[in-house]
Design a protein around this ligand. Structure first.
Ligand code: MG
Length: 359
């Protein structure tokens, strides 16, 4: 199945080596345990995903379409279990794309729309006080608090069973979560190298964002504001099409307009063209950087800092991939199989900084 939006996608010019680039950190092709782990993750998440899809759709046949989506996708996963080559190269990207194909086939546009809006509203109410708290903080503590805030925000993720459980237990208060982030050194901790490079200044930053709600509003927006205040141009890029609770480009445009009404840094940066918002072209909760929008490719060309946030984009698909400019990969680990890559556990955090000219 081909979608119009996908036909115009192109490679991000920041990819260091296009010939060897592969949006895949795990090896489901050769490692049967990894394959089985992820097939189970997708199976396990399907009932709640289906429920979410049905309740997002007011039409009378929603339940029927939801059941057909679930049955079709689960049957296809069984086929893949028997024949790992059934959908071509098997990866988290191809499994996410398969699920999206079924979702569109049964006409579910955006199962998480209501939840995303609700979470953004809740997080926006907390933003002014958070920005004031950051402004009152000694400058030398601010960057570390901001990065810790990214981890705290990134825990809010409806794509993950471990996080859904946190929601159900009511353990989703941002400040409480931030206070409980595991102490440094983190599982991967290049924070000092990043802080050093950041203090020398960047000209242009490209930032891939992840989830709606606390993740974007209380994690990434304060960080983006700090980058703007450092003088760097900033391109914030979000998915073109909905994927789970990831914020979409259209939603990000609305959100930033609202933030600009309460924050002069954002208002001035938008006016001056220092901040631009660009759709990534992506329609998945992970990202293959060889398939981005021409608009993003163009905007990225002269970037000297790339920030990739979230487990799907920074760890599952791009952790081992190198880029031609300084790169920061930040995420909280929310799946056991991802934790294994880092010899860590759930809720370990990764702050990987790769200088363009480093090893
Ligand atoms: Mg996400």
């Amino acid at each position: 199945m081909e979608f119009a939006a996908e036909t115009t996608l192109t490679a991000l010019p920041l990819i260091a080596d296009l010939d060897t680039y592969r949006a895949d950190t795990l090896d489901m092709e050769r490692d049967a345990d990894t394959r089985e782990f992820w097939l189970r993750v997708f199976e396990h998440n399907t009932p709640s995903y289906t429920q979410r899809a049905i309740s997002s759709d007011a039409r009378p046949d929603a339940a029927q379409r939801g059941a057909a989506f679930s049955a079709g996708f689960l049957t296809h996963l069984q086929t893949i279990r028997r024949d790992p080559k059934a959908i071509g190269y098997l990866s988290i990207v191809s499994l996410c794309a398969l699920r999206r194909r079924y979702l569109l086939q049964y006409d579910f546009a955006d199962p998480y729309l209501a939840l995303k809006q609700q979470e953004n509203e809740a997080a926006l109410r907390l933003l002014p006080a958070l920005l004031a708290e950051l402004d009152d903080m000694p400058a030398d503590k601010r960057l570390l608090t901001l990065v810790t805030g990214i981890f705290a925000g990134n825990i809010f993720d409806m794509g993950c069973a471990s996080t859904i459980a946190l929601y159900e237990n009511g353990e989703t208060d941002f400040h409480a979560v931030r206070a409980r982030i595991k102490p440094r050194p983190w599982r991967v901790d290049d924070f000092d190298a990043f802080a050093g490079a950041f203090s020398r200044g960047y000209r242009k930053t490209v930032m891939f964002v992840d989830n709606s709600g606390a993740d974007i509003v209380l994690g990434m927006i304060p960080f983006a504001r700090h980058i703007l205040q450092s003088g760097s141009d900033l391109v914030m890029t979000a998915n073109t099409h909905p994927a789970l609770n990831d914020i979409t480009h259209t939603e990000l445009v609305d959100l930033i307009a609202r933030v600009a009404r309460i924050d002069a840094t954002f208002a001035d940066a938008l006016d001056a063209g220092q901040l631009t918002l660009v759709p990534s072209g992506n329609d998945l909760p992970v990202i293959d950087m060889t398939r981005v929008s021409p608009e993003l490719a163009e905007a990225s060309r002269d970037a000297d800092l790339l920030i990739i946030e979230g487990m799907g984009r920074s760890l599952e698909t791009n952790y081992f991939m190198r880029f031609a400019c300084d790169t920061l990969k930040v995420a909280m680990i929310k799946e056991e199989d991802v934790a294994k890559i880092f010899d860590g556990g759930l809720y370990d955090v990764v702050c990987r900084f790769e200088p363009a000219d480093g090893d």
